[in-house]
Design a protein around this ligand. Sequence first.
Ligand code: F6P
Length: 533
Amino acid sequence: MQNRWDSLKDHHAAVEGRSILGLFNDADRAARFSVSKDGLLFDYSKTNIDDRGRDLLIALAAASAVDEKRDAMFSGAKINETEGRAVLHTALRNLSSSVIVDGAEVMPEVRATYARMQDFVRQVQSGAYSGQGGKITDVLNIGIGGSDLGPAMAAIALSPYAIGPRVHFVSNVDGAHIADVLSGLNPDTTLVIVASKTFTTIETMTNAETAKRWMSVKVSDPASQFAAVSTAADKTKAFGIAPERVFGFEDWVGGRYSMWGPIGLSLMLSIGPDHFAEFLRGGAAMDDHFRSAPFDQNIPVLLALVGIWHNQICGHATRAVLPYDQRLLRLPAYLQQLEMESNGKRVDMAGNDLPYHSGPVVWGEPGTNGQHAFYQLIHQGTRVVPCEFLVARTGHEKELQHQHVLLVSNCLAQSEALMRGRSLAEATAILAKKGVTGAELERQARHRVFPGNRPSTTLAYETLTPFVLGQIIALYEHRVFVEGVILGINSYDQWGVELGKELALALQPVLEGKAAADDKDGSTQLLAKWFKG
Ligand code: F6P
């Protein structure tokens, strides 16, 4: 395996610095370094990957047994080895499939819960289930991380399909979050969903108690306006939520992969069961593609290989996700958890230190907003940031098509500008034309140079429908899986979040004046003392 990494590094050393634009002397490059499938167009031609680079990357994927491990994941093998769990979020969107875990078929239970969700959503939307004050007007989802980011991101992304009550999301333990959201809601007609895989997460449970107190001021039986989504039936019962409004799932659905099942209840309440089913269909279509397409035509595999090339081979530590689609506003935050919690690891499956860097820092904002904020650094900063653009062919606002054309022009212009750059000679000529001369011309021109040769990919789709969103999210999930397999890490645990949780629990009594901070370092003691006043 080391040889394959070395071959890639050698190849990179040989081609580093060459002009990406120059690669388009091959008139077929764009066609040969892009894939069209099921309405998606994935273009990775504006990277420094050439035929040999792609062959080497694909050979690395093959040698890492990506296909075998993919099949193992889909079949229910316990590939999350440090937690002894299967990884089966794909089963939530392939409802007619058959999946065996620990010798038992799990799909009847998945289908039964899905049917109960549909039924409950229809009852809420029709008013058959109501609050003390009548029909439910608002749904408040209380959850954090994977129990928040997916449905919160998707509810915005699919707002043109909203047919149900308004949905709101509270995640932060900062009381400001829940206070601000509750101030706009009526307890009489609000349904609260407590979404927590473990039902122990301190932020969620604290906010849930706050919501219960808020509701009890006006509603005689507050628990009757609560639903729960969790793997911990005993704990939802202890919280007082009736079993008919508890939607369970199994530990083989990772938190950040869970929006396809009960954690998606708030999304289903917003867009309705039919659109939610379309979302699942989109995810399932991506699963089919991932399982059947050869690697050189396989969008998740190629997206992962571009990621490996930019991060582990070229050494670019971050990647920017830049949706030219305002409703994908929360996609970068969603992907931060999906990618960084999954692949931000430091040891391989066997516990050995990784010989290369693990996952990159993922960040981003929608275009064109980002252009007027951080694109300066992307174009002229000293670090290279590989960019991943997303853009729809058509928006929902048909009457504003001229704005959509402007949006797409900007998206395409950015990837072109990043690649093309502007030389000193070009910058000088532009300034000279404006009448700048002499030393001033020389000085000014240097500030107007764009080094160019900065790589990007573009994922284009028809319109941001539920089906397309399903495709996009499943695409990124599989990208994370492939990168994780190649890096030899477990993408499905998250031990790195534990230490901070433990220390916060120990600090709480210190800040409350109930315990001393003697065992703390000087800085923590200083800060604790300051906060105690
Ligand atoms: O602390 C990290 C984490 O465990 C995430 O992996 C998870 O999505 C989030 O917390 C919320 O967990 P839960 O759904 O159990 O409340």
